[in-house]
Design a protein around this ligand. Sequence first.
Ligand SMILES: [Zn+2]
Length: 346
Amino acid sequence: MTRFLHPYPPGVFITGLGHDVTLFVSRYLDIRSLGAMRTGGRTGDRYVAAVLSRRLRELVRDFVDDAEGHFIEELHQTNSVVGSLAAAHFLHPLDCRAPSILAIFAPEKQWFHVVAYLVHVEQCHVKIELQQLNARRSKGERVAILTSSRGKINVVQSRWASPLEPIMNCWQSALYAYVTPTSFCDPYHELTRRKRGLINPRKVFPGLGIPTGQVARLISKWSRRGWDLVQQAEDWGGSPGCGTPEARYCAGTQRYFGDKFCLTGVIAPVEARDVGRLPYNALEEYTVLWWRGGETCGPTCHSGDTEISSAVRVYPTNVLRMGTLDQFDYITDMFVYPIALLQIDQ
Ligand SMILES: [Zn+2]
């Protein structure tokens, strides 16, 4: 099945560069550069769609016997997303190395479908684990660890109809991005392209400001690759200053997948945007809102609190688009509990 593989436009795309050279260069362009290429008109749009659709295929090809794209179709039909380092590498191939494990995030009720697909079609061996989420030792999330001769795939089960909620358990902001067969979203793309990352406050022992052992090891590993990882944006100098553009990194700023700070886009060219449109798409129905938590940026931030807890909540996308973020304080509590009732029984 190849409906998510978009063809290259005919002819030479960049005058003066041969097709082979253009192909070589475009393999390493990050998502923002590809976005700029896309503005070059219809040919640019089709070229970028061809690059991105092949990039996704090449990414999963290392992990599954996927010559016909069936696994990509499986991701699409189950509203599952590629996340963590695999998504970061897809969006920033030079800044984020290729993953050794493919991380898939699946909606609660589709999780088993993805796992069963990998066991029966890809002949993977499966082990189910409950992973501890944070330093507070709260309830874990269910992860299927699938191994085959090709490699390892982790399929993380969301507790909601949206697959996105467990993405916010990743240890740093570069890993909060996701990719699907039709779209992508990167909430902290400006940091990632500068090899900067904000450490998830839930991976730090509360009150101590010390990362957990596993995260401390990851920090030193990534630092050796030139990454600058901190707990708060102020550690890079200056202040996020609530109310300034930098406030997007503040501990209390409410963000959601698809907000104005995210780099969000589709893979298909304009003429193929309806390819694979689903009658029900959890990624369109729901999004995930969060605030990072941790130390605030000062006495003027968040009613003067010096430290606030992080939060991740699933919302119907339409609710978030109804108004500005400022209004969410008011609607948050109202919507926390009914969401469970709104989950569609599929
Ligand atoms: Zn602040």
